[in-house]
Design a protein around this ligand. Structure first.
Ligand code: GLV
Ligand code: GLV
Length: 324
């Protein structure tokens, strides 16, 4: 008999059609995620789950899902999943690294440029009929070329952002758990400590996964150490930033601006002060959202799930210790 699989949302491309040829497939067809109760009820009957970052896979869910043998997240990040709990249950967890690296770096750079050069404000200005003449002082921004970019986390995405920054004539610093001498040689980036990165960067861009070590990596103390007027770009996870502290720093003008693809919580409540601050550029968590990349992520998630259901190591497995 074919294994039962629950997928928490429709996915773009051919991947779910392919999955349906191998498993007994149920796909949640709503635009919004299944409720917690629905997810628990579906998981109770499932051997495989394909999840998104909106779906929490934790110990209570695993306890309600005795037949579960595989979890596949359609994302590179997996902070929505209690991986140690899955490992204890010997459930492989898959993710989708690599395919979204350049797409995400493109968007981080789009946010960086949009914030520095005030693209969204300029668009709103023209559409509102406010454009009356060419003005030497209209919508002045920050130069990108020649600026110092501080990259937090020089993993695949951080390195891809560094590569773009070099092309734009930026000076690039990074902090990271590991020194990356080969990237330092290739890209001319320099590893510094946290204090130096905060003090020297005109723009700080976050590229670390969310974990207990990175939660609120940027808080009050760190914001106070940033250059006056510096810009922040976040395409990582909202929880890496202490959002209340960020709002304060933006309000009192210590920070020049922030471009956020990720927030805490998501979706951002409509009454959040971030909604009305002028020096903020917001996007609804879309950094990996190109047609090609979202199709590849879905395909990779299906490959990971099918391998795990087959007792094989998923091509991209976040708890590979299950396959010594
Ligand atoms: C998106 O945020 C992802 O982790 O892939
Ligand atoms: C160059 O065009 C720049 O915007 O910095």
């Amino acid at each position: 008999v074919r294994p039962r699989v629950f997928v928490t949302r429709q996915l773009p491309g051919e991947a779910l059609g392919r999955l349906g040829r191998h498993v007994d497939l149920r796909v949640w067809d709503d635009e919004l995620p299944p409720s917690r109760d629905t997810l628990l009820a579906e998981a109770a009957n499932a051997e495989g789950l394909v999840t998104l970052l909106t779906d929490r896979v934790d110990a209570p869910l695993l306890a309600a899902a005795p037949g579960l043998r595989a979890v596949s997240n359609v994302a590179v990040g997996y902070d929505n999943i209690d991986v140690p709990a899955c490992t204890t249950r010997r459930i492989p967890v898959g993710n989708t690294p690599g395919v979204l690296t350049d797409t995400t770096a493109d968007f981080a750079f789009a946010l960086l440029m949009g914030l520095a050069r005030r693209v969204a404000e300029a668009d709103a200005y023209v559409r509102a009929g406010k454009w009356r003449t060419w003005s030497p002082t209209l919508l002045l921004g920050t130069d990108i070329h020649g600026a110092t970019l501080g990259i937090v986390g020089l993993g695949a995405i951080g390195a891809a952002v560094a590569r773009r920054a070099r092309g734009f004539g930026m000076r690039v610093l990074y902090v990271g758990r590991k020194a990356r001498p080969e990237l330092e040689a290739e890209l001319g980036v320099r590893r510094v400590d946290k204090a130096a990165l905060l003090a020297e960067s005109d723009i700080v861009s976050l590229h670390v996964p969310l974990s207990s070590e990175t939660r609120h990596w940027l808080g009050n103390e760190e914001l106070a150490r940033m250059k006056p007027g510096a810009l922040l770009v976040n395409t990582a996870r909202g929880g890496v930033v202490d959002q209340a502290a960020l709002i304060e720093a933006l309000r009192d003008g210590r920070l020049g601006g922030a471009a956020l693809d990720v927030m805490d919580p998501e979706p951002l409540p409509t009454d959040s002060p971030l909604m009305t601050l002028p020096n903020v550029l917001l996007a609804p968590h879309i950094a990996s959202a190109s047609h090609a990349t979202r199709g590849r992520m879905a395909s990779m998630a299906v490959d990971n799930l099918l391998a795990a259901l087959d007792g094989r190591r998923p091509p991209h497995c976040v708890n590979p210790e299950l396959f010594p």
